[in-house]
Design a protein around this ligand. Structure first.
Ligand SMILES: Cc1cc2nc3c(=O)[nH]c(=O)nc-3n(C[C@H](O)[C@H](O)[C@H](O)COP(=O)(O)O)c2cc1C
Length: 202
């Protein structure tokens, strides 16, 4: 099958993309509203884009109607957020925080998670998560205003938090991290089946 995106419903293009761009890491993004309210939600259109300085990117899909997702609205208002990483043990709590809750509803409390104040930004770490990045907004790039369009959030990491027990000299042990990834639909994957390949020397 070949697919022309201009002649195919966006919902089907979305299915093709989330089924082929796999597995996707999950940014579990904590932010605060300008009124101080806490928010937490997962985003798997997520990647690192630079390490000097450290910059990450994730995409927030538009909501039907003109109302932005709480995460995007909060980040536009405060310019700050925390990306937490999701382990096998945190998968169910992460999934709970993906519900379409009213603005102001505290997903930390709802999912039984412990908010820990970040050092440098006005947002919270998920204390139960072994890795968190405190981020300052660099730029929001509006990719498209279409119903399934999205905005790309670029954030500079101003502080890393990594649990000592998963770390040896800046190397994170994947067997201890136990990250999960997002597949298509409601699918997820564990990161237990790993292998090494040494790059060719030319
Ligand atoms: C694993 C997972 C990954 C998700 N990835 C994205 C994503 O990349 N972009 C997006 O807009 N929504 C994504 N969602 C849906 C949002 O988490 C959901 O819309 C959430 O309610 C947004 O919360 P907010 O309004 O508090 O920002 C994802 C949901 C799950 C469970």
């Amino acid at each position: 099958m070949t697919v022309d995106p201009g002649a195919t419903p966006a919902a089907n293009i979305y299915k093709l993309m989330i089924g082929s761009i796999v597995p996707r890491p999950i940014a579990w993004v904590a932010s605060r509203g300008s009124d101080g309210s806490r928010n937490l939600a997962p985003f798997s259109f997520f990647m690192g884009v630079c390490s000097d300085p450290p910059v990450i990117a994730f995409a927030v899909t538009n909501r039907s109607g003109a109302v932005a997702k709480d995460t995007l609205r909060n980040i536009r208002e405060t310019g700050e957020f925390v990306v937490n990483f999701v382990t096998e043990a945190l998968g169910e709590a992460m999934n709970l925080t993906a519900g379409d809750f009213a603005p102001g509803q505290d997903e930390f409390a709802m999912a039984g998670l412990t908010p820990a104040p970040a050092d440098l930004v006005r947002a919270d770490r998920v204390l139960e998560s072994p890795v968190s990045y405190e981020c300052r907004l660099r730029e929001v790039i509006v990719i498209s205003e279409n119903a399934l369009g999205s905005s790309l959030v670029l954030g500079e990491v101003v502080r890393f938090h990594v649990a000592d027990e998963i770390l040896t000299e800046f190397r994170i042990d994947p067997a201890k991290l136990q990250a999960i990834g997002r597949m298509g639909g409601n699918g997820y994957t564990r990161t237990r089946d790993r292998f090494d390949m040494v790059r060719p020397k030319v």
